[in-house]
Design a protein around this ligand. Structure first.
Ligand code: ASP
Length: 588
């Protein structure tokens, strides 16, 4: 037996017990004739003491200890004279009777402390050392809690956890597939699942009417901050349901998780249509912790000779309360901010509602009365600042969305610890790409059109198709999309129409998804589902913006694991075995 207790366990009530502990040396301090060793394990830290009365062999051994040595010790629990109220074990210490070094340790490349001196890259390379730090450990413990609570809720609701394969064929979620060459079938490849979408639908056909899985998904997307090529979803599907059933069941799951993990009681989860979200917030995942809604003013501002507005398809604005005192410099800085390529606005027009009337950057085009009317349209009051942007509708709304979020942050309206969840519903089914002159599925090709819009969908008319709404929904909290799903097509004819609309030839559709359409011919129940981004959910619960903090072994922003050095080359023999032609330098 290595230990009788953990390093987080001993209390005053244990005084005078003889105990054994095992763990890592956090610190060694020498004070006069005394040596204090902080011994750490997953559960906490216990102070060990070596005094002049300690047997000599232990005193000698203690002198040679360094950070991160692994020890097994035996000792007597005694009350401390100077207690440490910051740690739960701070009332006691263990006076050593025996000490065994189980493993010596090299000096770690960074300090294993809550605030480490190691930079991100260094800590990523030695992730196993980083994982010893409390903030990282706490993040993984939180992740565990969320997973267990999700399982508890779903199990209680009769869901079955069923695993689906990783070596499959392409699943369309809009990203590229990671592919795996098959050695036994040279020239053929598996794809790693972007999601278990088709399998969970097949499970519905098979009669497993409530399925879930905490499952890894793989998407070979372009690099972006805080994207992981592999990530985890809470993936769910139900049969014999309508949208309402899904929203109730999974709204319930979210309420359960917020209550159990954060002790936060969420009210019934409000809903907003996609159209309203776009109109009022400029995006489909609004942060509704604060108002500052966008207002369209296109009609109102045109015809006064201000070219930037007259030529724009869309003009809209927001009202930042109490910001009329913004200085010229602040306004210039904000203008530069909206002109950054990520935001893409051409310029920024402002109206300051000061004590001396409305002051604006477009005074010469608009009489005072017109400016007052603009202010009124935005519900602005004295002391407020109005910010206007113009452009094509999509781009201007997007810029306004970003500007609103930025102003919300600057005004302290995006409070941590406040949670504003909502369901966004009634998404368009299809997205028209005018450059490529084709439709894309807004969610994925298995999403059903809303029953009322089915005739429009089946008509196949391009303009009609643009207005078809999907039975799809997203779960959004504080401007972050945490989950999304849809009611599915379960009728082979509608599914075929969908493939046609998306530009698949019948042969293509058959080759890629024939297994699903065939399955639908053998008795498919109405079904629908949803998937939640589990890593993101954890980071939301943990109050962090980075999902990487909640993954034990994450990849960096360049999709690399620098600890194991992956991706990496494989040798020619392995390539040959896989029947892959050896290309470039290495093949010569
Ligand atoms: N498979 C979808 C996704 O990964 C979720 C769903 O429709 O259930 O986004």
């Amino acid at each position: 037996m290595y230990r009788t207790h953990t390093c987080g366990e001993l209390r005053l009530a244990d005084a005078s017990k003889k105990v054994q502990l095992a763990g890592w040396v956090q610190r060694v301090r020498r004070l006069g004739g005394m040596t204090f060793i902080d011994l750490r394990d997953r559960y906490g830290i216990t102070q060990l003491t070596v005094s002049e009365k300690t047997p000599e062999n232990i005193r000698l051994a203690a002198e040679k200890l360094g950070r991160e040595f692994v020890l097994q010790v035996e000792g007597l629990v005694v009350e401390r004279t100077s207690k440490n109220s910051k740690i739960p074990t701070g009332d006691v210490e263990v006076s050593l009777l025996a000490l065994r070094v189980l493993s010596a340790a090299e000096l770690p490349p960074f300090t294993i402390e809550d605030e480490s001196d190691g930079g991100e890259e260094l800590r990523a390379k030695y992730r196993y050392l980083d994982l010893r730090r409390n903030p990282v450990k706490n993040a993984l413990m939180l992740r565990h809690r969320v997973a267990q609570e999700a399982r508890k809720y779903l199990d209680a609701q009769n869901f079955l956890e069923i695993e689906t394969p990783f070596l499959i064929k392409s699943t369309p979620e809009g990203a590229r597939d990671f592919v795996v060459p098959s050695r036994v079938h040279p020239g053929e490849f598996y794809a790693l699942p972007q999601s278990p979408q088709t399998f969970k639908q097949l499970l519905m056909v098979a009669g497993y009417d409530r399925y879930f899985q905490l499952v890894r998904c793989f998407r070979d997307e372009d690099l972006r901050a805080d994207r992981q090529p592999e990530f985890t979803q809470i993936d769910c599907e139900m049969a014999f349901v309508e949208r309402e059933d899904i929203l109730q069941t999974f709204g319930g799951m979210m309420q359960h998780l917020f209550r159990r993990v954060l002790d936060v009681a969420l009210d019934a989860i409000p809903r907003m249509t996609y159209a309203d979200a776009m109109r009022d917030y400029g995006c489909d995942k609004p942060d509704v912790r604060f108002g500052m809604k966008i207002k369209e003013l296109t009609q109102q501002v045109q015809g006064n000779g201000f070219a930037a507005f007259d030529s724009a398809a869309y003009v809209g604005g927001i009202c930042a309360s109490g910001c009329a005192a913004y200085t010229r410099r602040q306004l210039d800085e904000l203008t530069e901010w909206v002109k950054r390529p990520q935001i893409g606005a051409k310029g920024l027009v402002y109206l300051r509602l000061t004590d001396d009337g409305v002051k604006s950057s477009v005074d010469k085009f608009y009489p005072a009365e017109a400016l007052q009317q603009l202010a009124a349209a935005l519900g602005a009051r004295q002391g407020d600042l109005i910010l206007l942007l113009a452009g094509n509708r999509k781009q201007a709304l997007n810029a306004l969305c970003e500007l609103r979020l930025e102003m919300g942050a600057r005004l302290g309206l995006r409070r941590r610890g406040a949670f504003a969840p909502l369901w966004v519903v009634d998404f368009p089914l299809l997205d028209w790409d005018s450059e490529a002159q084709r439709f894309y599925a807004m969610h994925h090709p298995f999403t059903a059109p809303q029953p009322n819009d089915l005739p429009l969908f089946m008509s196949g008319d391009r303009e009609a198709l643009k207005s078809v709404r999907a039975d799809a929904y997203d779960f959004v909290v504080n401007g972050v999309e945490l989950g999304g799903g849809s009611i599915r097509i379960f009728d082979a004819a509608i599914q075929q129409q969908m493939f046609k609309v998306l530009g698949f030839t019948p042969e293509d559709a058959e080759y890629k998804f024939g297994f699903l359409t065939s399955a639908f011919k053998f008795g498919a129940p109405p079904h629908g589902g949803i998937a939640f981004g589990f890593d993101r959910l954890c980071s939301m619960f943990g109050g962090s913006d980075s999902i990487r903090d909640y993954i034990a072994f994450p990849k960096n922003n360049a999709a690399r694991d620098t600890m194991i050095d992956s991706p990496s080359r494989i040798d020619n023999a392995q390539l040959e075995e896989l029947g892959i032609e050896v290309a470039g330098e290495r093949g010569k």
